[in-house]
Design a binder for this molecule. Structure first.
Ligand SMILES: Cc1cc2nc3c(=O)[nH]c(=O)nc-3n(C[C@H](O)[C@H](O)[C@H](O)COP(=O)(O)O)c2cc1C
Length: 194
C-alpha cells in the first residue's frame, strides 16, 4: 500500500518572529530558569492578565513550575545576549544560572531578574499535558517594566546577530537533540490516549 503521508511544508513557521522570554521558577532554595519562545499573552482583560507558557517536561525549570505552580516570565532587551546564552544552553540542574545576576524574590516566591525589560509573575491556574511539554496558564499577580524609550524586546530575529558562532552551533545541536526526544514523547503520549 502506498504511503499517503506527505510531509507538510513548514517553511512559513520558520519565518515567524517570536519574542525571547526567560522563565524562572523556584522550590525552596532550588531555583532555575530557561529561555522560552512558547509564551503568549492569554487575556485581553486588564483586570485579569494571563500568560500561557509551554515547557518541555525534561527541563529543570518545568519540574520547578510543576511543583511550585508559579513562575516569572521576563522580556529581555535586544542586546542581552549574555542572558540568552546563560539561560538557553545549560541546565539549572548543573549550574546556578542566577550567579552574579541581580535578583529578588517576588510575591509568589519566584526569582525575579532585576536587569530586564519587563517581568510578569504568575500563579498557575491550569495545566495541560501535551506529551513533550506541559502548557501552563498563569494568572499575572505582579508585573513591572524597566524600559527606557530606546529599548526593544529581543526576538528570534536578533539571535544570529547577537551570539558568537560557537554558541549558535551549540543551540542548533541542542534543538536537534531535543526534537528527537520530543518526537518520542509525543508518539508515546498519543499511543497512551488510544
Ligand atoms: C531560542 C530558544 C527558545 C526556546 N524555547 C523554549 C520553550 O519555549 N520551551 C522550552 O521548554 N524550552 C525552550 N528552549 C530550551 C531551553 O531554554 C533550554 O533547553 C534550557 O537550557 C533548559 O534549561 P533548564 O533545564 O535549566 O530548565 C528554548 C531555547 C532557545 C535557545
Amino acid at each position: 500500500m502506498p504511503n499517503k503521508f506527505k510531509q507538510p511544508d513548514l517553511s512559513s513557521l520558520a519565518k515567524l518572529t517570536s519574542p525571547i522570554w526567560i522563565v524562572t521558577s523556584a522550590v525552596g532554595d532550588r531555583r532555575g530558569g530557561l529561555v522560552a519562545t512558547m509564551v503568549v499573552s492569554a487575556s485581553i482583560v486588564e483586570t485579569a492578565p494571563r500568560l500561557l507558557i509551554g515547557l518541555a517536561k525534561r527541563h529543570a525549570t518545568e519540574q520547578l513550575v510543576s511543583r511550585s505552580l508559579a513562575f516569572a516570565a521576563h522580556l529581555i532587551t535586544a542586546d542581552q545576549a549574555d542572558l540568552l546564552a546563560r539561560f538557553g544552553t545549560t541546565s539549572s540542574r548543573d549550574t546556578d544560572k542566577f550567579s552574579g545576576l541581580e535578583c529578588r524574590t517576588g510575591v509568589t516566591g519566584m526569582p525575579i531578574l532585576e536587569d530586564v525589560l519587563a517581568w510578569f509573575e504568575c500563579r498557575v491556574e491550569q495545566t495541560m499535558d501535551t506529551g513533550d511539554r506541559t502548557v501552563y496558564l498563569g494568572a499575572v499577580v505582579a508585573a513591572g517594566t524597566n524600559s527606557n524609550p530606546n529599548d526593544r524586546p529581543m526576538t528570534t530575529v536578533d539571535i544570529p546577530h547577537q551570539l558568537p558562532t560557537e554558541v549558535l552551533t551549540l543551540m542548533k545541536t541542542q534543538r536537534a537533540a531535543d526534537a528527537i526526544v520530543d518526537a518520542k514523547s509525543i508518539a508515546d503520549w498519543r499511543r497512551s490516549l488510544r
